[in-house]
Design a protein. Structure first.
Lengths: 112, 112
């Protein structure tokens, strides 16, 4: 079965640079969620989109923004990167705000 | 105090044993409860999904929810070395594309 696709899988950036993470949900899923997982931590919810509209917002820094496109893929844009932004970033998707969220493999971001 | 409490372990048991994993929570608005399995540096994999109080069984896994006690459990029967992973409980109140609230995760080790 098709799963959530995230790209890139690994990303290395310098402080103050920008990064863009991409997420392609499971086919027919219309809801996308972004999570950040620091080392040894549980995933923290950042933001979600349903039918291309922002739906819920968690602990997303103002330096980050995201959007969902007409084909339902989503991008997380991160600016003025800080060392503390180094983490695993997961995208999850669901069908019509059902509560079963399926996670992608993650993007490992390292900020030097 | 976190909304969801989970013993991080590690929990080490011999192969074939019954494993019991638990979470407590404080937010009475939570209605949907999930268990995810996460291998090191991989995305969380949805194992069980339950609504409100009660039991749900799927193969070797049984999930229990007691909303009156704000306590959820996951039981793994006939545990295998391949079950060694971190198990995260997650919950959500519902009503939109809400982000999941996770426990810290329990690191489980099944000894061959």
């Amino acid at each position: 079965a098709a799963g959530v696709i995230q790209s890139p899988r690994h990303l290395i950036k310098e402080k103050r640079e920008t990064a863009t993470l991409k997420c392609y949900p499971i086919p027919r899923h219309d809801t996308v969620y972004w999570y950040q997982q620091g080392p040894g931590q549980d995933p923290q919810f950042l933001i979600s989109f349903y039918e291309k509209m922002q739906s819920d917002k968690g602990s997303i820094p103002d330096r980050f923004s995201a959007q969902q496109f007409s084909d339902y893929h989503s991008e997380l844009n991160m600016s003025s990167l800080e060392l503390g932004d180094s983490a695993l970033y997961f995208c999850a998707s669901s069908f019509q705000i059902q509560y079963e969220q399926f996670f992608g493999p993650g993007t490992r971001l390292t900020v030097l | 105090q976190k909304e969801v409490e989970q013993d991080p372990g590690p929990l080490s048991v011999p192969e074939g044993a019954i494993v019991s994993l638990n979470c407590t929570y404080s937010n009475s608005a939570f209605q949907y409860f999930m268990w995810y399995r996460q291998y090191s540096r991989k995305g969380p994999e949805l194992l069980m999904y339950t609504y409100s109080s009660g039991n749900k069984e799927d193969g070797r896994f049984t999930a229990q929810v007691d909303k009156s006690s704000k306590y959820i459990s996951l039981f793994i029967r006939d545990s295998q070395p391949s079950d060694s992973a971190t198990y995260l409980c997650a919950m959500i109140s519902g009503g939109g594309a809400d982000g999941l609230t996770f426990g810290k995760g329990t690191h489980l080790i099944i000894q061959p």
